[in-house]
Design a protein around this ligand. Structure first.
Ligand code: NAD
Length: 496
């Protein structure tokens, strides 16, 4: 394939920002420009206060840019000038948001492809030469085909396009490690010479740092479906163990022992098998609903119902958790202080999209509890927004900057995100990913243990059962989802 010099990433979010930074770092001969229509986000990428929290990201983007420790990344740019970046690019990653539709056909299930289509039409309007367009967003099967048609129908004279699918498998909280050491890179292409040539150009970029046996080229439809299917399979494991956790509570079994026992079977494996309040994150629910909608559209109601049940169990688990709290606190939470440790949907991210904490806290507020929330990375404004608290009723939730303040005099303490700082273990956050090359490790800096880790957590009410995710899940793996947290299922998950 043609060799690529100039890359544009459309969409500077949780996917576009970190992937742009890693490509620029690992393929230093390419110029990478991350563009977004959201100028606040771009300004944040160009500042020291990045719009996304992700371990190592700051070191890759800010430290590298500002030349601290003599390490620079001169080939990475963040800009709002989308048109210019499109014009200059040989290859364009489209990593815009594809959330669930909230109205119209398929509302609540189908993906909203509006942003993706806008970006595609903009590419058609601006591109002048041969351009490879890479569908990075998670989308329903057949979307790359639509993109190809839109591009060809609206191309400028002389402009040609080849659309590829290249889904992203990074998991928030471990994104940089996942991008540096991916389990696999999938490239889907049209099965003709132009398609295969474009696929080999993209494969060549990844070959700068990914072993060639991990770069897999396949049929476009398999590739698009593989992303949605992988997330459905991962989420299904969490719902399976959560469903079992309810049985454990009734039977006097311990779900952690159960999970351990089953996980030892090499056919089952131990990962993504921790019971929790329920999975969160922007992807699992959205992608399963998308899969469900595809199945319904294909007139496969049994298949649709099967996958939909994974989401149903998850919603049920979140409500069950609140019910258990109320039941064990004499049937009422009115005016009782409940501390909530962790608000992000899982550790090592500031992302709260679909976080189980949102549902749980809303339930607590409905019970008239006094809720005190602490999260090390989520901004208070974000928490107020997620809870729909405007200026007049903000005092219903107390947002603390110190976990000890949140827990003081609390009747119950809920650990809703498995942040290492809530356990007495040393943080894994700053351990370099396994196999990370020494030069990059050096560039990324040393240990920066959070000062809170050095304080003893001695509030008697706090009982932490499931905050000790293993190393595997902390780094270098594709745990893309669950708040693997304090579970409603463990007998001692909270104290009254
Ligand atoms: P995000 O909302 O954080 O970022 C998307 C960005 O795209 C936004 O900043 C938005 O302003 C920008 N955008 C939208 N339309 C645009 C346009 N026409 N031109 C320029 N910019 C535009 O979303 P995300 O979490 O980064 O996810 C992006 C895609 O990747 C989704 O399809 C998601 O399903 C998929 N994905 C996400 C993850 C994850 O962990 N977040 C992992 C794998 C795949």
């Amino acid at each position: 394939g043609r060799s690529i010099r100039n890359i544009c990433c459309i969409g500077g979010g949780y996917v576009g920002g970190p992937s742009g930074a890693v490509i620029a770092n690992r393929a230093p001969h390419t110029k990478v420009t991350v563009v977004d229509i959201n100028s606040e986000r771009i300004a944040a990428w160009n500042s020291a206060n990045l719009p996304v929290y992700e371990p190592y990201l700051h070191d890759l983007v800010v430290v590298a840019r500002d030349g601290i420790r003599g390490y620079r990344q001169p080939n990475l740019f963040f800009s709002t000038d989308v048109d210019k970046a499109i014009k200059e690019a040989d290859l364009i990653f489209v990593g815009v948001n594809t959330p669930t539709k909230t109205s119209g056909l398929g509302a609540g299930k189908a993906s909203d492809l509006g942003w993706l289509e806008d970006a595609t039409r903009r590419i058609a309007r601006c591109a002048e030469n041969e351009t490879i367009v890479v569908e990075k967003s998670t989308v329903p099967c057949g979307t790359a085909q639509s993109m190809q048609e839109i591009l060809e129908a609206n191309a400028k004279p002389g402009a040609t396009f080849e659309v590829l699918s290249n889904p992203e498998f990074l998991a928030e909280g471990t994104a940089i490690s996942n991008l540096l050491y991916p389990d696999r890179i999938l490239i889907g292409c049209f099965e003709n010479d132009a398609g295969r040539s474009a696929a080999s150009s993209l494969a060549e970029i990844y070959a700068s740092w990914v072993p060639s046996d991990r770069i897999i080229t396949m049929n476009l439809y398999s590739c698009e479906l593989a992303k949605v299917a992988a997330n459905a399979l991962l989420a299904q494991r969490i719902s399976s163990i959560n469903a079992l956790s309810a049985m454990c509570e009734e039977l006097g079994a311990n779900v952690e022992e159960l999970s351990y026992a089953c996980g030892l079977d090499s056919r089952i494996g131990s990962r993504m098998l921790n019971a929790s309040v329920g999975f969160g994150g922007s992807c699992f629910k959205k992608d399963i609903m998308n899969l469900t909608y595809m199945a319904e559209s294909l007139h496969l109601p049994e298949v649709a119902a099967y996958w939909k049940s994974v989401v149903d169990v998850n919603e049920w688990q979140k409500d069950r958790f609140t019910r258990r709290i109320v039941n064990s606190m004499h049937g009422t939470l009115a005016r009782k202080k409940v501390a909530v440790l962790g608000f992000a949907y899982k550790k090592n991210t500031g992302d709260t999209r679909e976080s189980a904490a949102i549902s749980v806290v809303n339930n607590l507020l409905a019970e008239n509890a006094i809720v005190a929330i602490f999260d090390p990375k989520v901004q208070s404004e974000q928490i107020y927004r997620d809870l729909d608290l405007d200026r007049d009723n903000r005092d219903r939730a107390l947002i603390c900057t110190d976990p000890y303040d949140a827990c003081e005099d609390a009747h119950a303490v809920l650990v809703l995100t498995e942040w290492d700082m809530f356990s007495n273990k040393e943080p894994r956050l700053n351990a370099a990913p396994p196999g990370m090359d020494p030069a990059l490790k050096e560039a990324l800096g040393g240990n920066k243990a959070h000062p809170l880790n050095r304080r003893e957590f001695n509030t008697p009410q706090v009982v932490l059962d499931r905050t000790n995710s293993d190393d595997e899940q902390s780094l270098g793996t594709s745990d893309s989802g669950g708040s693997e947290v304090e579970s409603s299922s463990s007998q001692s998950s909270y104290a009254v």
